[in-house]
Design a protein around this ligand. Sequence first.
Ligand SMILES: O=C(O)CCC(=O)C(=O)O
Length: 298
Amino acid sequence: MLTEDILKHPTRVLSESQRERFFEEGCAVVEGVADARWLERLRAAMAEMVEASRQVAASDERFILEEGHGPEDPRLRRLTSPVSHHETFWDFAAESASADVAADLCGPDVKFYHSKLNFKWPKGGQRFDWHQDIPTWPHTDYSPVTVGIYLEDCSEEQGPLLAIRGSHKAPLHSMYDKQGNWALKIPEEELPAGWKDEVVSLTGPAGSAVLINCRVIHGSAANTSARMRPMLLNVYSSADSMPYVANPIPSPYEGRIVRGRPARFSCHDPRGCELPPDWSKGYVGPWAFQKPGEAAHS
Ligand SMILES: O=C(O)CCC(=O)C(=O)O
């Protein structure tokens, strides 16, 4: 659904002004989207998954490991598709206020796309380069939105998400480097003039939702604190927004309607999108082209 049509529907959770600001800036933080009861369930599910990762020696389809990971000292970069590995994550994606927030931003009919649980381990959790999400998973319109939930408080030192306000309105950048590798990185010299003044640091207490428009330029710094930064990221779209490449993070839940009704017609935004590599044989993250210690991601 196009933004002007989304705005014709009343909001459920956000105020009208919060929504208008989101469409203006391309990002927002909303506190209290996961309440204490959900946080307890999500943290318990996360702890089970971290426990399971002790048995894993190399990154696989489920876990992306950080350097130094081992049975005594688990260090994860990501749990890929948490909804596929623990029912609590799907319950949250489908039943919680996270889906209501998505309905405010995508229109009343909302479809689930995919999910990931990104960790930033204390003292060293990796930074993420500046990038835009939609070239990794193009859709027929630009309604897709990421609802990221901080499972613990996230302060400046923990590497919160950072976004460049308003950058979603400009043309998309290429996510390939000069050698044609999928880099998912926008070099700083290619960022719009004055970008430093537009950086928003999306900090918030546990349970806050960080809302990221699929075109907005975003990234995050390393975690220099002694506290973990776990963030659960669910991607939703309008029901009439159709992905046209293989999902890099497939799950049995892809395409499930979580609010409203399925679409009968697809929605098309005339602005095209750079195509990613073919993910049908599996997603190859940009870390494949990076030296250890360099930024990694999406
Ligand atoms: O976890 C982070 O800090 C960044 C996540 C992100 O940018 C993404 O997954 O697209």
